[in-house]
Design a protein around this ligand. Structure first.
Ligand SMILES: [Ca+2]
Ligand SMILES: [Ca+2]
Ligand SMILES: [Ca+2]
Length: 162
């Protein structure tokens, strides 16, 4: 007998409820999105950038959701791809959030410079358009690299020895 069409939705709601109650019983401060939205290098930066619910673990679903949200936020004119300006503007919005009122410094300027350089890398076919396909390919590779023990979740167990 086939499942009723609403079955997957019920599962999702149950999963969400479990997630929410897990958050409520945790001792971490209330989640308000990634702690370090502009990221950086290394595992701490990865967690800070993608652990949206701040539970110390980044699931693939969580990671993909954050990336997708960033892509959509960046696509200012809604044509489905990011120009270099859109890409860099989106990054700068997160960087500003991370600076939270602090004045831009040398490091800020350096991060902005890197964002431009990064566009040249992520725009793999160099047509000046950062597409969903290019983003997904990078997402796949980046997550797998971060998930050192390959269990599908990035958490403290994946931290490499310094
Ligand atoms: Ca998380
Ligand atoms: Ca491209
Ligand atoms: Ca892992």
């Amino acid at each position: 007998m086939p499942f009723s069409p609403s079955f997957p939705r019920i599962l999702t709601a149950a999963g969400l409820a479990a997630l929410l109650s897990a958050c409520a019983s945790s001792t971490t401060p209330p989640a308000s999105g990634p702690a370090q939205p502009a990221g950086g290098h290394g595992q701490t930066a990865f967690m800070g950038s993608y652990d949206a619910n701040r539970d110390g673990a980044v699931t693939r679903a969580e990671y993909d959701a954050v990336r997708k949200q960033r892509f959509l936020a960046g696509d200012a004119n809604g044509d489905g791809w990011l120009s270099e300006k859109e890409y860099v503007d989106e990054f700068e919005a997160r960087l500003k959030q991370q600076y939270a009122g602090r004045q831009p410094d040398e490091r800020y300027a350096q991060s902005m410079k890197q964002a431009h350089v990064r566009f040249g890398i992520v725009d793999k076919n160099r047509d000046g358009r950062y597409t969903v396909e290019e983003d997904m390919a990078i997402a796949e590779r980046t997550f797998k690299e971060a998930d050192a023990n390959g269990d599908g979740v990035v958490d403290k167990n994946d931290a490499r020895k310094p």
